[in-house]
Design a protein around this ligand. Structure first.
Ligand code: GUN
Ligand code: ZN
Length: 433
């Protein structure tokens, strides 16, 4: 493992690369040159350009395709053991299955070993960047950061803030929520060669006071941190939010009045938004995160991807353990299938999400939303070499005269929920099957 650190190398292979108009492009028999810093120095077909560099190693991976490292825009580390557990809908499921697990995560040793397994699993599925909730404890979150640091993954991690309506062992005061978040940010934001970032994490309106959410908005504006939360996921949740915040016209207004909507805000689910709310999100340049397998598992609803994607930035996340796998290829397949269900049930005419567009969303799209497309999500010169390889034979295809649609479709449908063959971050091999 890691044998290429401080070595420059060239890989000859076939590449799926994000292009314009939210589409992927396919490049056969191209060369990717990676320098000693783990950055991409060259991508193309010209072998003469490659000999200009001091290349230590040439790798022939023409039996594979290479994709940019996948980006998971929303998931929960402490919930990993709960994948597939529970039959209820959101609020009951949180109470019965999720909060007890998050209480367990208060133990820093347990939190470290679970987080270690979690990040290893992400790497095995080709995920190189993950945006994750920890639980509400300082120690548990500190352990999660340490495990991410050790694994070499790129991660945005936040301590789930909750100061009302949750079990005693997960609650803390408004002030301690903010103070602990800032302490963790002070320790970890920018650590691990800048691969680790702190993200402010007011969990959702039902368990956060207006004061806590206002303070979150203030800190985000002042210090430039991203914010992640949940919005409009479940009908019972919507009714409760309306009862708790009668001064707000809609659920989105709650976050707007708190000053939490800006271009660095990630709003997970957003299944039940009015046109007015979509406009509010758009005018604040905030981002929506689609979590298809979770929306199905918890019977939350059917997200109108194609309609909303035309209007605002939409990314995709696994939302484990509402979501049923850490495999983003699986999640992308779910997104495609959900868009078909939406079309069937709702309008019979809306476009269906293509597998290529889904893959674009989990690479360039999610990188744009996180403000890191100058660092990852593509094979441009100057970005970090974050990528995953998959053997062609596992996709049942051969190079030559094959359509882009077939390649992306086979990738999602045959490799969804399966490990990739290898995963690299900053040019370093972190997983090999
Ligand atoms: N809303 C608030 N917390 C959660 C959570 O942990 N998972 C999901 N799916 N929705 C939430
Ligand atoms: Zn979630």
């Amino acid at each position: 493992m890691g044998q290429f650190r401080n070595k420059s190398y060239v890989i000859k292979s076939h590449f799926l690369k994000p292009g314009s108009d939210k589409k992927m492009e396919f490049f056969e028999n191209h060369y990717l040159a990676v320098d000693t810093e783990g950055k991409i120095r060259y991508f193309g077909i010209n072998t003469e350009s490659i000999t200009d560099y001091n290349i230590n190693e040439i790798l022939d991976k023409t039996d594979c395709i290479i994709i940019p490292g996948l980006i998971d825009l929303h998931t929960h580390i402490p919930q990993y053991p709960a994948i597939g557990l529970g039959k209820g809908t959101l609020l009951k499921w949180l109470d019965e299955y999720i909060y007890p697990l998050e209480i367990k995560f208060n133990d820093p040793e347990y939190a470290f070993s679970l987080s270690k397994m979690f990040f290893e699993e992400c790497l095995k599925y080709g995920t190189t960047t993950v945006t994750a909730y920890s639980n509400s404890s300082f120690d548990g979150t500190d352990s999660a950061f340490q495990a991410a640091f050790d694994s070499g993954i790129r991660a945005f991690i936040g301590m789930s803030m909750m100061d009302t309506n949750a079990p005693e062992l997960l609650l803390k005061s408004t002030r301690n929520n903010i103070d602990d978040s800032l302490k963790l940010a002070g320790k970890w934001h920018g650590a691990g060669e800048n691969k680790l970032k702190y993200i402010l994490t007011p969990r959702y309106a039902l368990i956060c006071s207006m004061e806590l959410m206002k303070k979150t908005g203030e800190v985000s504006r002042k210090d430039g941190f991203y914010i992640q939360t949940h919005l409009a996921e479940n009908i019972d949740e919507l009714k409760k939010v309306a009862g708790m915040f009668p001064q707000c016209n809609t659920y989105t207004d709650v976050y707007h009045q708190a000053g939490m909507l800006n271009e660095k805000t990630l709003l997970a689910h957003c299944i039940y938004l009015s046109d007015y709310e979509i406009e509010l999100i758009k005018s604040n340049n905030s981002n929506v995160v689609h979590c298809p397998s979770s929306n199905r598992f918890l019977k939350s609803g059917i997200f109108p991807f194609m309609n909303i994607n035309e209007l605002i930035h939409v990314g995709i996340g696994s939302d484990v353990a509402g979501g049923t796998s850490l495999s983003m290829l699986h999640e992308l397949k779910e997104a495609v299938e959900t868009s078909k269900t939406y079309q069937l049930i709702h309008d019979h005419t809306s476009e269906v999400l293509s597998s290529g567009e889904a893959l674009w969303t989990a690479t360039k799209g999610n990188a744009d939303i996180l403000g890191i497309s100058n660092i990852t999500g593509d094979f441009k010169t100057g970005v970090d070499a974050d990528f995953a390889t998959v053997k062609l034979e596992r996709m049942g295809i051969e190079i030559g005269n094959i359509s882009l649609d077939t390649i992306t479709s086979k990738l999602l449908y045959l490799l969804g929920n399966k490990y990739v063959d290898s995963t690299y971050i900053k040019g370093k091999l972190l997983f090999s099957n």
